[in-house]
Design a protein around this ligand. Structure first.
Ligand SMILES: C[S@@+](CC[C@H](N)C(=O)[O-])C[C@H]1O[C@@H](n2cnc3c(N)ncnc32)[C@H](O)[C@@H]1O
Length: 288
């Protein structure tokens, strides 16, 4: 048996060269809550408590030393206030994607007729599931090329008690049959596709580069809008007249994205900044 205080001290001694004091405490409390059901307040009242099975938290310490993201160690995270399982086959949902979801919910929350939504590149299912949860009367479809990601996304739909129709397909070579089988067209198509250029790799933190799926992140430097072009093609065929396309975008490609949506005949195109004032989201209304 080991005292929690001793373990916390060990965390600080061994992680201090990699993380700040606050980050180390946050990881420690997230782990004690998840593994031993003891929250921060309970621990503050009894730091001399002993735990019976310290191996679990010690293994987590080793993974943190290797800069593995805490979300993968715990196997879960939160997005838009609800829980999501994550593993190495899915991108860890980001706060900027919550802003995209928030934009859509804000614009459609008062809609009373049924909405059909397609999420392209669903990963953990975070966009599809949070939209389904927060927009009543919505039928959500979610597509990804990764079988492994879809397993996680399906699990998350069950976890959050929503029905989402999952489609395994590549947006770069979509089988029309899959989408046409969705008998009516979509009111909303949303996507957070891979958008980080290879040359931007050096700006990224080691724990993202070494752990998160490259399939979810990167595009070639010479064709950074590859996925957005494919999404616009699919949107032109599968959005209703006046249906809306929403995308998360690379902060350096806002102007190119504005032009792309205009080239594809989208109207009322709007670029939106995230809380850090970076061009991060775009929307356009299809006019046939
Ligand atoms: C940036 S991640 C976004 C994941 C999730 N929607 C989110 O916001 O956290 C991009 C997703 O696109 C998927 N993807 C990559 N290439 C694809 C393709 N050709 N067709 C469909 N999905 C693809 C990846 O598997 C990954 O799940």
């Amino acid at each position: 048996m080991s005292k929690l205080r001793d373990i916390q001290n060990k965390f600080h001694n061994e992680l201090t060269s990699i993380y700040s004091k606050e980050e180390i405490d946050t990881f420690f409390f997230m782990l004690t809550e998840s593994y031993y059901n003891k929250n921060r307040l309970q621990l503050a009242m009894n730091f001399e408590a002993k735990i019976e099975n310290p191996q679990a938290i010690m293994s987590a310490l080793e993974l943190l030393k290797n800069e593995q993201p805490i979300q993968y160690i715990l196997g879960e995270t939160e997005f838009y206030g609800i829980p999501f399982k994550v593993n190495r086959h899915v991108l860890i949902p980001r706060p900027e994607t919550e802003e995209l979801v928030d934009w859509i919910i804000d614009e459609f929350k008062n809609q009373s007729s049924e909405l059909k939504v397609l999420d392209i590149g669903t990963g953990s299912g975070c966009i599809a599931i949070s939209l389904s949860k927060n927009l009543p009367n919505t039928k959500v479809y979610a597509l990804d090329v990764s079988k492994e990601a879809l397993i996680v996304a399906k699990h998350n739909a069950e976890l959050n008690k929503v029905e989402v129709e999952f489609i395994e397909d590549s947006i770069l070579n979509p089988s029309d049959a899959e989408l046409v089988s969705v008998s009516q067209k979509f009111d909303i198509i949303v996507s957070n596709p891979p958008y980080v250029r290879m040359k931007e790799k050096q700006l990224m933190k080691g724990n993202v580069l070494d752990n998160e799926p490259h399939l979810a992140l990167f595009v070639e430097d010479n064709n950074p809008l590859l996925f957005y072009r494919a999404i616009c093609e699919v949107a032109q065929k599968n959005l209703k007249d006046r249906g809306v396309l929403y995308c998360e975008i690379n902060e350096y490609l806002g102007k190119d994205m504005l032009q792309l949506l205009k080239d594809y005949n989208f109207k009322r195109v709007e670029l939106k900044q995230d809380i850090f004032n970076k061009d991060r989201m775009i929307k356009g209304v299809l006019s046939i």
